[in-house]
Write a protein of this length. Sequence first.
Length: 397
Amino acid sequence: MNSLNVPKLRFPGFDGEWEKKSIEDLCIMQAGKFISASEIKDNYSEGMFPCYGGNGLRGYTATFNCDGNFSLIGRQGALCGNITFAKNKFYATEHAIVVNVKQNIDTNWMFYILNIQNLNQYATGQAQPGLSVQNIKKVAVTVTNSLPEQQKIASFLSAVEKKIQQLSRKKELLEQYKKGVMQQLFSGKLRFKDENGKDYPDWEEKKLGELVTLMQSGISRMLSDTDIGLPIIRSNNLQNGRIDVTDIKYWFDIDNQGANLENYVLFEGDLLVNFINSIAQIGKVAMFSDLMKRKTIFTTNLLRLRFNEKVISQFMINYFHLKKYEDFIQSITKPAVNQASFTTKDFRTFTVNLPSLPEQQKIANFLSGIDGKIEQVNGELVKTQEFKKGLLQQMFV
């Protein structure tokens, strides 16, 4: 038996080789129908149906042109080739290809077969990439002819997918909860008591410039992918309030242009802020944690903030995620052709409502507790997604 035509991971009770076929042997494909943008609404209301386009769910409309369970292939745009699974009554636009399986082909299994084909590689066109039904029809796939085996695979993968959806929803709810709690805490509607059950002192209004002992940009150099000395944090390493070290660049221990690199070494609790970047990234902030256990420096498009004894960094990292902060950054940002920026002079004027140190600590600890739960769920989510990825690689040929 040719092992190339047998999946590495297979359920007991099934044997024999899988066969090479073209996608058109498995299904009938037809593009959806045009619908005007004015007929598509962003939000669902009673009596409306999902409307799918080239990039998945586009909105909701008052009519439908499909009824049942179908895989949909996006056929237009940068994301063409993406696969969506649609159920019950829905509308498929002309930018979605509706996949109707033939006899002895399981609909759910077909969804996974399509997912592993990377159909985007067959797109043509530069400005507006597109997929033709004729090209997709010719794509070769290796499949089992056993409908029970198809159903067994699809059922197992669907259970894993359901777990992913549950974890994603749990993470989303925790994030929404944290956002709501932050609004209550930082508006003063929700206050902690001290250890004696008494109120903490009133919050004081301060300018950011009064609270920092250091506000400094980093160093500008042509960086190396090879570890030649010091890790250096760049703007893309700032992810969701933390430093992501999966893509790190490096610079020499001793600067070849004479700079004293000790002036740029980061300390635990330093905050880094994007102050020269795209409009979407400007103002993004993260707190440095010495994950690599070695001296680390930072680049010139980042500002390093170090606070005085009246401020806890963990409190400020949360404060910098308030809408008040986002609005302020937007107000001081100066757009440019390639990148936006703001000045340290303007940044120092940001107004902070500052509680006492003990209350700052309680707020920081409470929010860190929620962050811990979010990280735990996210860890489970990532593991389950990797598990599914491995299954797709081993359960198909």
